[in-house]
Design a protein around this ligand. Structure first.
Ligand code: ADP
Ligand code: 5GP
Length: 203
């Protein structure tokens, strides 16, 4: 081959308010790009219908979670809407060593913590087109009761104040447009010479 290509994995942080469409966009991205691996978080929240252990989350009890915190197993962890969530450090590091791009779907507290501590990352904040749309999406998704939805909406008003701390922002109004914008970001970031190291061979 004329060109030898070496790639370093990217830590891709997707964050934003609950109900803004992160999961929807992440699923589309995962289905379209085999270079990306999803970081399966640990949570103390109960599984929703259809959620699978080890795919969507590792579901643990409070004691197991506390032990993981004490053992410093988390790259970041936070209390989100009253439940505990954490990103396991070891699988993220291992996947990146293997050259994969690792996607974290985490809340803004976790995202800011990673941005403050990681050497290299790509951070994207996903916004809803309005708080009213966010309310409708949370109701339409039908996974949370009205009290929980109000809590998530209130949190969203604080979370959007941190948009400026992210490298990129995408408004998820038209899903296909938002997805295309996310793909542009990911594809451009893959070509940065920090992560993409082509060498032209002599012949
Ligand atoms: P998050 O992962 O950010 O909490 P979800 O991906 O679960 O959000 O999306 C919340 C709800 O909004 C889901 O019912 C999803 O189908 C819907 N949704 C996602 N993107 C859009 C969009 N662009 N327009 C309308 N509804 C959307
Ligand atoms: P849900 O309970 O709706 O699956 O997720 C609620 C929120 O927790 C979402 O904003 C999601 O991005 C966030 N979240 C999921 N996993 C993690 C994690 O490991 N760390 C942090 N900080 N947030 C997470």
């Amino acid at each position: 081959m004329a060109v030898t290509i070496e790639r370093t994995g990217m830590l891709l942080i997707i964050s934003g308010p609950s109900g803004t469409g992160k999961g929807t966009l992440v699923e589309k991205l995962m289905n379209s790009d085999p270079s990306i691996r999803f970081s399966c978080s640990v949570t103390t929240r109960k599984p929703r219908d259809g959620e699978i252990e080890g795919i969507h989350y590792h579901f643990v009890d409070d004691a197991a979670y506390a032990k993981m915190v004490a053992n410093n197993e988390f790259l970041e962890h936070a209390t989100v809407h009253g439940h505990s969530y954490g990103t396991l450090r070891a699988p993220v590091e291992e996947l990146m060593r293997q050259g994969y791009n690792v996607l974290l779907d985490i809340d803004p507290q976790g995202a800011i913590s990673v941005m403050e501590n990681a050497k290299d990352y790509v951070s994207v904040f996903i916004l809803p087109p309005s708080f009213e749309d966010l309310r409708i999406r949370l109701h339409t998704r039908n996974t949370d009761d009205p009290v929980e939805i109000e809590r998530r909406l209130n949190n969203a008003r604080g979370e959007v104040k941190n948009i400026g701390r992210y490298q990129y922002a995408v408004i998820n109004d038209n899903l296909e447009l938002a997805f295309t914008q996310l793909q542009y970001i990911v594809n451009a970031e893959k070509q940065r010479t920090l992560r993409f190291k082509p060498t032209i061979n002599e012949d």
